[in-house]
Design a protein around this ligand. Sequence first.
Ligand code: FNR
Length: 188
Amino acid sequence: PPYSVGYLIGSLATASINRKLAGALVALAPPELEMREIPIGNLPLYSYDYDADYPQVALDFKAAIASVDAVLFVTPEYNRSIPGALKNAIDWASRPWGDNTFTHKPSAVIGGSIGAIGTAVAQQHLRSVLSFCNSPQMNAPEAYLQITPGLIAEDGSITNDGTTQFLTEWMHDFYEFITRVLTVVPRS
Ligand code: FNR
């Protein structure tokens, strides 16, 4: 496929509804996107004490982000923000100073909650973080999902036709966004 997309799942829970959502998005992705998970759960807590000598797991994490054309964040909302594990992962990738792996890396944000708020507040926080990390973000369409029991079946398929269509179009829009960002000739 033309573009590789690394997706980060903000939840570490084994039964994560956002992990199910990510699986559904992989299934609905256009053929132009090659989707691969970039795990965040094995990273230690970041401190700049590590900057002089990053542990291998963090070097591997940074390399995984560097190796993909774009990044997709699939995250829950915890206490009206993003989970600490996801913020920790972003902090690792953004450092050491001068080596921010998100620079010019296109990204998109999506998430689901059990309630009707649909991770809207967490997504606003994440957008602020990604702005500071200089990642061009897909501004629209936004995607706030209430994941009710049964919406995503055990095999990862979505049981609601409207949601399936919306997410299919959203992934196609993300592909077009990546294309626009990566075909702009960089200023020298
Ligand atoms: C939640 N939940 C939640 N939901 C929401 O819409 N807004 C919120 O601020 C919070 N806060 C929150 C904090 C913590 C610590 C937990 C564990 C949960 C509920 C949340 O939507 C629900 O647990 C989802 O299942 C979380 O997604 P994952 O982790 O299953 O992908």
